[in-house]
Design a binder for this molecule. Structure first.
Ligand code: SAH
Ligand code: SF4
Length: 358
């Protein structure tokens, strides 16, 4: 694959159509091409057997079909598969497939995708945050993570991708345009065709972009990585809070809910001795009181960052019970895939430090 050629998954429906028309082909060929990319998950132009040989050759000379190459695939217990990809400039990002069997509600194949190489926000507990920021991913690089797993599921009889969550490496709303372009292609009925209701964006709380998103008329879910209810603590845990403090963040959450009707979830990772006391639970309950939302409690993933580790089981239970007593909707989430370092940015950290046997 010539990494300098433009990539077809970077193009939206209109751009693919213009491309095909510029070669002198009909709209019918555009539909076939989109089917090959987004429904049949073609790996190579040679698979597109119902396109004329000449058209395939012309496409192959001037374009890449995909932009990512998997360099390692690790499966763990709990139906979790994690993949490390290299992108055009040999940088690496990671994505995870989480299979939820029918026994725990409706059967789902959820893909957790990255939106940036590294992350500019720099949360001290997060493996990605510790790697610094390198660059934004393109729309095609975001989409290709989903297509990789869609193909894997297709090849192994594992069903279809049912959900995509933008919760991998990076801050999705800091790469707004590429994120929205990726969502458009994933959502479009004649491309990947996944309902916007099955997409969730996780953010550290970039208020202007949240406001912009609420006006897009998209039914995308929003998840806020809160982790602390007061500014003093949140300034340390999620440094972007110094720019967009808790009050402004909450006001953007209210607007998002009012504009989209989508109930927001708040992620609250529990760190031993830092944000896990009953009084922290009460501040959280006070902040969210009366707001139609959901809290996900996640005991810290052990990323190796000194000082940030999960509290004891009893501390976690007490925290949850305090929230329940104060009538907050709350679920305790196990962090899946810890056996394969499926926490945010952890596989890449191992790769960069040479500890992985990739
Ligand atoms: N940058 C975005 C999305 C990617 S991070 C965001 O922060 O929302 C995905 C989730 O993993 C976030 O909720 C993040 O706070 C959480 N996370 C990162 N490191 C963690 C750790 N060590 N323990 C628990 N959750 C962690
Ligand atoms: Fe970036 Fe999210 Fe990690 Fe914070 S938790 S450093 S925002 S990826």
């Amino acid at each position: 694959m010539d990494k300098k050629l433009p990539c077809l998954t970077d193009m939206n429906s209109g751009q693919l159509q213009e491309l095909i028309e510029s070669i002198g082909e009909s709209g019918y060929r555009t539909r076939q091409l989109k089917q090959w990319i987004y429904r049949k998950m073609a790996k190579d132009f040679d698979e597109m057997t119902d396109l004329p040989q000449e058209l395939r050759c012309r496409l192959k000379e001037s374009f890449r079909l995909h932009s990512m190459q998997a360099v390692s695939e690790v499966s763990g217990y709990n139906d979790t598969t994690k993949v490390l990809f290299t992108v055009a400039d040999n940088k690496t990002v990671e994505s995870t497939l989480m299979h939820y069997p029918a026994a725990v509600g409706k059967e789902r194949n959820t893909i957790c995708v990255s939106t940036q190489v590294g992350c500019p926000i720099g949360c001290p507990f997060c493996a990605t945050g510790q790697q610094g920021f390198e660059r934004n991913l393109t729309p095609g690089e975001i989409i290709d993570q989903v297509l990789y797993f869609a193909r894997l599921l297709q090849e192994t009889g594992g069903g279809k991708v049912t959900n995509v969550v933008f919760m991998g490496m990076g801050e999705p709303l800091a790469n707004y345009d590429a994120l929205l372009a990726a969502i458009e292609s994933l959502n479009s009925p004649d491309m990947f065709g996944l309902s916007a209701r099955n997409l969730v964006i996780s953010t550290s709380g970039l208020v202007p972009q949240m406001d912009r998103l609420s006006r897009e008329e998209l039914q995308v879910g929003l998840s806020i990585s809160l982790h602390a209810a007061d500014d003093a603590l949140r300034n340390k845990l999620v440094p972007v809070n110094q720019k967009y403090p808790v009050r402004e963040l909450m006001s953007a959450c209210y607007s998002y809910f009012n504009m989209t009707g989508r109930r927001i979830s708040f992620e609250y990772a529990l760190f031993n001795g830092i944000n896990d006391s009953p009084s922290h639970a009460r501040s959280l309950a006070y902040l969210l009181k009366g707001f139609n939302c959901h809290v996900n409690l996640i005991p810290s993933n052990n990323t190796g960052n000194p000082g940030y580790f999960a509290p004891s089981q009893s501390t976690v239970t007490t925290f949850k019970e305090e929230l329940e007593r104060l009538k907050i909707n709350v679920t305790l989430r196990q962090s899946r895939g810890q056996d394969i370092n499926a926490g945010c940015g952890q596989l890449r950290s191992r790769f960069l430090s040479g500890k992985s046997s990739l």
